[in-house]
Design a protein around this ligand. Structure first.
Ligand code: FES
Length: 163
Protein backbone atom coordinates (compact mmCIF):
# COMPACT_ATOMS: atom_id res chain seq x y z
CA UNK A 1 0.00 0.00 0.00
CA UNK A 2 1.42 3.35 -1.05
CA UNK A 3 1.40 6.50 1.10
CA UNK A 4 -1.25 8.01 -1.22
CA UNK A 5 -3.55 5.02 -0.79
CA UNK A 6 -3.09 5.13 3.02
CA UNK A 7 -3.87 8.87 3.12
CA UNK A 8 -7.00 8.37 0.99
CA UNK A 9 -8.12 5.51 3.23
CA UNK A 10 -7.60 7.59 6.36
CA UNK A 11 -9.42 10.52 4.80
CA UNK A 12 -12.39 8.34 3.84
CA UNK A 13 -12.51 6.92 7.37
CA UNK A 14 -12.38 10.43 8.85
CA UNK A 15 -15.18 11.65 6.59
CA UNK A 16 -17.32 8.64 7.45
CA UNK A 17 -16.71 9.05 11.18
CA UNK A 18 -17.45 12.77 11.03
CA UNK A 19 -20.64 12.13 9.12
CA UNK A 20 -21.82 9.53 11.61
CA UNK A 21 -21.06 11.87 14.53
CA UNK A 22 -22.76 14.78 12.78
CA UNK A 23 -26.16 13.05 12.66
CA UNK A 24 -26.85 13.13 16.42
CA UNK A 25 -25.35 16.64 16.65
CA UNK A 26 -27.69 17.86 13.92
CA UNK A 27 -30.60 16.36 15.81
CA UNK A 28 -29.59 18.23 18.97
CA UNK A 29 -29.06 21.51 17.18
CA UNK A 30 -32.25 21.16 15.17
CA UNK A 31 -34.36 20.25 18.20
CA UNK A 32 -36.39 23.13 19.54
CA UNK A 33 -36.51 23.08 23.33
CA UNK A 34 -40.02 22.90 24.77
CA UNK A 35 -41.58 26.18 25.85
CA UNK A 36 -41.02 27.39 29.36
CA UNK A 37 -44.11 27.85 31.42
CA UNK A 38 -47.60 27.11 30.28
CA UNK A 39 -50.69 29.00 29.50
CA UNK A 40 -54.19 28.01 28.65
CA UNK A 41 -57.47 27.22 30.26
CA UNK A 42 -57.45 25.52 33.65
CA UNK A 43 -60.41 24.15 35.59
CA UNK A 44 -59.81 25.64 39.02
CA UNK A 45 -63.04 25.35 40.99
CA UNK A 46 -66.69 24.50 41.13
CA UNK A 47 -69.01 27.50 41.20
CA UNK A 48 -70.47 26.30 44.50
CA UNK A 49 -66.99 26.33 46.10
CA UNK A 50 -66.88 30.12 45.90
CA UNK A 51 -68.48 32.74 48.06
CA UNK A 52 -69.71 36.06 46.71
CA UNK A 53 -66.98 38.71 47.13
CA UNK A 54 -64.62 36.44 49.07
CA UNK A 55 -61.41 35.74 47.12
CA UNK A 56 -59.97 32.27 47.36
CA UNK A 57 -56.49 31.38 46.13
CA UNK A 58 -56.10 28.54 43.66
CA UNK A 59 -52.79 27.10 42.53
CA UNK A 60 -52.40 26.51 38.83
CA UNK A 61 -50.85 23.09 38.38
CA UNK A 62 -49.19 21.97 35.18
CA UNK A 63 -46.02 20.44 33.83
CA UNK A 64 -43.17 22.91 33.78
CA UNK A 65 -40.67 22.66 30.95
CA UNK A 66 -37.26 24.26 31.19
CA UNK A 67 -35.12 23.43 28.20
CA UNK A 68 -35.27 19.65 28.02
CA UNK A 69 -36.22 19.20 31.68
CA UNK A 70 -39.89 18.57 32.47
CA UNK A 71 -41.22 18.79 36.02
CA UNK A 72 -44.60 17.15 36.23
CA UNK A 73 -47.58 18.66 38.03
CA UNK A 74 -45.96 21.60 39.77
CA UNK A 75 -47.43 24.97 40.74
CA UNK A 76 -46.75 27.28 37.82
CA UNK A 77 -48.75 30.17 39.26
CA UNK A 78 -51.75 31.12 41.34
CA UNK A 79 -55.04 32.88 40.90
CA UNK A 80 -57.40 34.75 43.21
CA UNK A 81 -60.92 33.72 42.30
CA UNK A 82 -64.28 34.91 43.62
CA UNK A 83 -67.83 35.62 42.56
CA UNK A 84 -69.14 39.08 41.81
CA UNK A 85 -72.87 39.31 41.14
CA UNK A 86 -72.74 35.57 40.67
CA UNK A 87 -70.07 35.72 37.98
CA UNK A 88 -66.49 34.48 38.44
CA UNK A 89 -63.73 37.07 38.67
CA UNK A 90 -60.06 36.05 38.55
CA UNK A 91 -56.85 37.93 39.17
CA UNK A 92 -53.33 36.69 38.75
CA UNK A 93 -51.76 36.34 42.19
CA UNK A 94 -48.50 37.82 40.83
CA UNK A 95 -47.93 41.46 41.62
CA UNK A 96 -47.60 43.61 38.49
CA UNK A 97 -44.65 45.42 40.09
CA UNK A 98 -42.02 42.68 40.32
CA UNK A 99 -44.03 39.50 40.59
CA UNK A 100 -44.28 38.82 44.33
CA UNK A 101 -47.36 37.01 45.58
CA UNK A 102 -50.41 39.19 46.23
CA UNK A 103 -52.44 38.53 49.38
CA UNK A 104 -55.96 39.38 50.49
CA UNK A 105 -56.21 42.28 52.92
CA UNK A 106 -59.15 44.25 54.32
CA UNK A 107 -61.51 43.55 51.44
CA UNK A 108 -58.80 44.21 48.86
CA UNK A 109 -55.35 42.95 47.98
CA UNK A 110 -51.83 43.80 49.07
CA UNK A 111 -48.36 42.94 47.92
CA UNK A 112 -46.11 43.06 50.95
CA UNK A 113 -42.85 43.07 49.00
CA UNK A 114 -43.04 46.83 48.43
CA UNK A 115 -46.52 47.63 49.78
CA UNK A 116 -48.68 47.95 46.72
CA UNK A 117 -52.37 48.02 47.60
CA UNK A 118 -55.34 47.20 45.40
CA UNK A 119 -59.08 47.42 46.02
CA UNK A 120 -61.60 44.58 45.82
CA UNK A 121 -61.84 44.86 42.03
CA UNK A 122 -58.07 44.88 41.58
CA UNK A 123 -57.68 48.62 41.05
CA UNK A 124 -54.31 49.95 42.17
CA UNK A 125 -54.65 52.24 45.21
CA UNK A 126 -51.03 53.01 46.07
CA UNK A 127 -47.52 51.64 46.04
CA UNK A 128 -45.04 51.04 43.24
CA UNK A 129 -47.20 48.71 41.13
CA UNK A 130 -47.44 50.37 37.71
CA UNK A 131 -50.93 49.00 37.00
CA UNK A 132 -54.01 47.29 38.45
CA UNK A 133 -54.00 43.60 39.23
CA UNK A 134 -54.01 41.47 36.10
CA UNK A 135 -57.53 40.20 35.48
CA UNK A 136 -57.81 36.80 33.82
CA UNK A 137 -60.55 35.50 31.55
CA UNK A 138 -63.02 33.08 33.10
CA UNK A 139 -65.80 30.86 31.84
CA UNK A 140 -68.21 28.39 33.36
CA UNK A 141 -68.99 24.97 31.93
CA UNK A 142 -71.11 22.36 33.72
CA UNK A 143 -70.67 24.10 37.06
CA UNK A 144 -66.87 24.25 36.73
CA UNK A 145 -64.95 27.50 36.56
CA UNK A 146 -62.20 27.68 33.99
CA UNK A 147 -59.55 30.39 34.04
CA UNK A 148 -57.24 31.28 31.20
CA UNK A 149 -53.94 31.50 33.02
CA UNK A 150 -51.56 33.99 31.49
CA UNK A 151 -48.35 35.59 32.69
CA UNK A 152 -47.78 39.28 32.09
CA UNK A 153 -44.62 41.32 31.96
CA UNK A 154 -43.93 42.84 35.38
CA UNK A 155 -42.93 46.44 35.97
CA UNK A 156 -44.73 48.02 33.04
CA UNK A 157 -47.87 50.15 32.81
CA UNK A 158 -49.23 48.23 29.85
CA UNK A 159 -50.27 44.62 30.18
CA UNK A 160 -48.10 42.52 27.93
CA UNK A 161 -48.70 38.79 27.77
CA UNK A 162 -45.61 36.67 28.00
CA UNK A 163 -45.34 33.82 25.54
S1 FES B 1 -43.45 43.17 43.88
FE1 FES B 1 -45.34 43.81 44.61
S2 FES B 1 -45.04 45.82 45.30
FE2 FES B 1 -43.14 45.19 44.50
Amino acid sequence: MSNDETATGRRALLVAATGIAAIPCARLIGHTPPDSGAQGWFRLAKVNELVEGLPKRFAVIADRKDGWVVEQRVEIGAVWLFLRSGKPVAFSASCPHLGCGVQVKDGGFVCRCHDSNFDAVGKRLDGPSPRDLDALETRIADGDIFVRFVRFRAGTQERTELA
